[in-house]
Design a protein around this ligand. Structure first.
Ligand code: SF4
Length: 281
């Protein structure tokens, strides 16, 4: 594979994933992208950030991948939808950079999180990077919508210490309206993680008027509780930090007039998870 288009990962560092990044890998021929997806020799990254305290335990280095098959109405990183908006990075270089953080991450009881986009669009790259991180003694976490979980073998699941599973809605029709896709694959993956006793933190984005149906949330809470592997739930209040990306990309943004949830609503929703015996934040 030609590496002529591949840049150094050092240039990928961002203060946060809210920087708009497009067409970084668009010069790569389709067959090269396809080959990269098949082998995992090269990944497509929006950016990486250091110092996160919200993407898993301790302090995290986070790799933000490009590529997502969903179209969530509240997505705050629509520039990650298209894989070739990401910057091509060799696996070798990604591992090398990660290795530079290993001692710091260990000292801060942290680790490495792969988020996105949807990291499992690039499942081979994700698996190989997680395996390498594990071999260096780095804690690994995958932030995923879960729909592509079937791409991972049971052995590959074992290389992931923690799954941050994003649940968007319970009701099938509501889920399709919100994401463009069915919820069933996410639920299947959640059940598989439970069967295999893999630790999960569940994430739920709370958007007034869109994902604040208390009955729907209560059903998610009941399901999560029944799994017995959900260690905590994070209720994430909606914000508008990604709005400018929709506008810049020429996409129609449906939530321009939506504000953040009130503290009372956030507490009420947290209460639904607490009522099922879950830890909720
Ligand atoms: S799954 Fe995540 S990255 Fe994909 S559209 Fe939804 S919010 Fe955006």
């Amino acid at each position: 594979m030609s590496t002529g288009q591949i840049v150094h990962i050092d240039r990928l560092e961002a203060k946060n994933p809210f920087e708009l990044r497009v067409r970084k890998g668009s010069a790569m021929p389709d067959y090269t992208v396809k080959r990269a997806l098949e082998t995992g020799d090269v990944g497509f990254l929006h950016s990486f950030t250091t110092g996160s305290t919200v993407d898993g335990p301790g302090v995290r280095v986070v790799g933000w991948t490009a590529g997502c098959q969903w179209r969530c109405l509240y997505c705050h990183n629509p520039d990650t939808w298209n894989i070739v908006n990401g910057t091509p990075v060799t696996l070798e270089r990604a591992v090398e950079v990660l290795g530079q953080y290993r001692h710091g991450l260990e000292a801060m009881s942290g680790g490495f999180t792969l988020s996105g986009g949807e990291p499992l669009v690039q499942d081979r790259f994700a698996v190989r990077l997680f395996s390498a991180a594990r071999a260096m003694g780095i804690h690994t976490a995958l932030d995923t919508n879960g729909a592509l979980g079937g791409k991972l073998t049971d052995a590959e699941l074992e290389t992931i210490d923690l799954v941050l599973l994003d649940m968007k809605a319970w009701d099938g029709e509501r889920h399709r309206r919100l994401t463009g896709r069915d919820v069933i694959h996410t639920l299947d993956f959640a059940l598989r993680l439970a069967e295999r006793k893999r630790p999960v933190w569940l994430r739920y984005v709370l958007v007034p008027g869109l994902t604040d149906d208390l009955e729907d949330i209560a059903r998610i809470a009941c399901f999560a509780s029944s799994l017995e592997n959900v260690e905590r739930v994070d209720v994430l209040p909606f914000h508008q930090l990604g709005q400018f990306k929709w506008t810049s990309l020429g996409l129609r943004y449906a939530l321009g007039n939506v504000g953040p949830p009130t503290p009372e609503l956030v507490e009420r929703v947290r209460g639904l998870f607490l009522a099922e015996g879950l830890k909720a934040f």
